[in-house]
Every structure is written in structure tokens, then in C-alpha cells.
Design a protein around this ligand. Structure first.
Ligand code: PLP
Length: 286
């Protein structure tokens, strides 16, 4: 099926959608993005993603070309036109295409570029990986210093995924100054006793929308949460580990650098949080 995509105010078949070769997203990775999941034809935590988008744009002094209400309508129209039951909506906004390549930002006369497309993933919430867990390796965190901004500079995370794949694993946890920052495209957690431990917010990690929801649900369920840095050694000695992201929800991690975590099987805390997260998010979906 040919997808209908959204480019700068128009809905088009994917093969007809075009962006300039001078687009700053292409030339400078001068752009931001969001990924919102769709379950049962509805958007999970749209408001959270729209808010973070606004923040990313503000931090980069980039104009937002669309209101939050219109953005919701575009998301919904793409879900409808592409008959998405479960999947993701990818959104990217760049600083647009100036007349020529220039490091300096263009003036306000240059319109930002906005692109959205859908990715259909039937059964997204029933991923077989959630039943067996994933394996991670640790790698140095060699990204830039403003990881709290969701930019399209994803080369190092892509390289991290390839390093994980080469090691027969699923993902990489990045380490800086001896402590885990996050996964290549997800936030990282360990569980020790009855405490859930995940890195505190700062410029070193992306402020995950799923992270915020999961920590809220955990606290509501009277679970203990500690927001602080942890090491790979601590992860190896933990009872459980997991990751969160918009497309994986809560995903157990059963091995790090070849060492089994806890029993080497998905643990009860991750399973419970996944269940609560999916249930509550479906209820609140729009
Ligand atoms: N950390 C990084 C580096 C990411 O790329 C992502 C998602 O893409 C996340 C964390 C998780 O964020 P969210 O829960 O908003 O998807």
C-alpha cells in the first residue's frame, strides 16, 4: 500500500513527497523529531510529545510551523488515511531550505519544513521480545552535550545499534564518566530490591515521554523510585533491568555485556509496569 504522508501542509502519496536538497535537516541535521505510538487507532500521549516538540524547537530557536491542535488533526488524518491500527507516527521539523548552504541560520522568511509519516506495526504491544527480554552491550557515550533536545543527529545511536548487532545483542547502553546515560533510543532502568533506579533528568539524556508516564504510574502503585545515575557493574548485580520508549513501551533487559541480570529472564517489576503502562495509556489515548 502506498502511504499517504504529510509535507508542508499537503497530504501526498509517499512517492510524490519532496524536500529540497538545501534543506538544513539534510545538510546540517538542523531538525527535531517526535515519534508517537498508535494503539487501537489512537495516539498514545500526544500531549506529552507535542509539549516536548515545542521545547526542542525553543531550545534551538526554531519556529514551530504548526499549532498543537492542527498537529493533532494531521496525526489523526494520517492514522485514518493509512488505516493504522497499531504503529507509529514519525514527525520531523527542520529549519527549512535557505537559498544556499550556509552555517548561519536563515532569516524568518525561510519556512521550516514539516514532514509526518506513519509506520504500521500490527500487534505492536504484543511484541515477542517483551516475553523474553533484550540483551544490551555497553558503549561509550560519544554524542553531543544537549541530548535533552530531540534532534535528528542520530548517527552515533545508529552506530551503537550496529555495535550491538555485531555483538549478537539488541541495543547498547551508553556510558559517560562511569555511569549509564541511556539506551540508543530509550531510557534505561535497573531494579534493586523494591527500588526502581533510573538516571535523573539533565542535558545528558532525552526526557522520555514514556519515562515520565512510567515513573508516575510506578509512584502511584507505591513502588519506590530513585532518579540517579547507575553503573554497568550495578546493572550486572541488579535484580532486573528494563528500557522505556514510545515504541517499545516497557521492555525487559535480561543481559548486559554477556552477564545475565537477575534470573536472566524478564522480571516481575518490568512486567507489571508494562501492563500498567499499556492499560493506562490506552485509556488516555486520543
Ligand atoms: N532516549 C533516547 C536517546 C531516545 O531516542 C528516545 C526515543 O526515541 C528515548 C530516550 C525515549 O523517549 P520516549 O519515551 O519519549 O520515546
Amino acid at each position: 500500500m502506498t502511504r499517504t504522508v504529510y509535507v508542508n501542509g499537503e497530504y501526498l502519496p509517499e512517492g510524490e513527497a519532496k524536500v529540497s536538497i538545501f534543506d538544513r535537516g539534510f545538510l546540517f541535521a538542523d531538525g527535531v523529531y517526535e515519534v508517537t505510538s498508535v494503539l487501537g487507532g489512537k495516539l498514545i500521549d500526544f500531549a506529552g510529545h507535542a509539549k516536548r516538540l515545542e521545547r526542542s524547537l525553543n531550545e534551538l530557536d526554531m519556529r514551530n510551523p504548526i499549532s498543537s491542535d492542527d498537529l493533532l488533526e494531521v496525526h489523526r488524518e494520517l492514522v485514518r488515511a493509512n488505516e493504522i491500527t497499531d504503529g507509529m507516527i514519525y514527525l520531523q521539523i527542520t529549519r527549512g531550505a535557505a537559498a544556499d548552504r550556509d552555517f548561519a541560520f536563515p532569516g524568518d522568511d525561510v519556512e521550516p519544513t514539516i514532514v509526518l509519516f506513519t509506520q504500521s506495526k500490527p500487534g505492536l504491544a504484543d511484541s515477542p521480545a517483551a516475553k523474553v527480554g533484550i540483551k544490551v552491550i555497553s558503549i561509550a557515550d560519544e554524542r553531543w552535550g544537549r541530548r535533552d533536545i530531540k534532534t535528528v543527529q542520530l548517527l552515533y545511536p545508529s552506530m551503537g545499534k550496529m555495535m550491538a548487532k555485531a555483538a549478537g545483542c539488541d541495543d547498547a547502553w551508553m556510558v559517560e564518566d562511569g555511569a549509564v546515560t541511556e539506551g540508543t533510543s530509550n531510557n534505561a532502568y535497573i531494579v534493586k530490591g523494591d527500588t526502581i533506579i533510573t538516571r535523573h533528568l539533565g542535558n545528558e539524556i532525552l526526557h522520555g515521554i514514556t519515562r515520565a508516564a512510567v515513573l508516575r504510574f510506578a509512584r502511584e502503585a507505591q513502588m519506590k523510585v530513585e532518579e540517579r545515575a547507575f553503573t554497568i557493574d550495578e546493572a550486572m548485580g541488579a535484580d532486573e533491568a528494563f528500557i522505556t520508549s514510545a515504541s517499545t513501551f516497557v521492555m525487559p533487559v535480561v543481559e548486559v555485556d554477556g552477564t545475565a541480570i537477575g534470573t536472566g529472564k524478564p522480571g516481575p517489576v518490568a512486567a507489571r509496569l508494562r501492563e500498567i503502562y499499556l492499560e493506562e495509556s490506552r485509556k488516555a489515548a486520543v
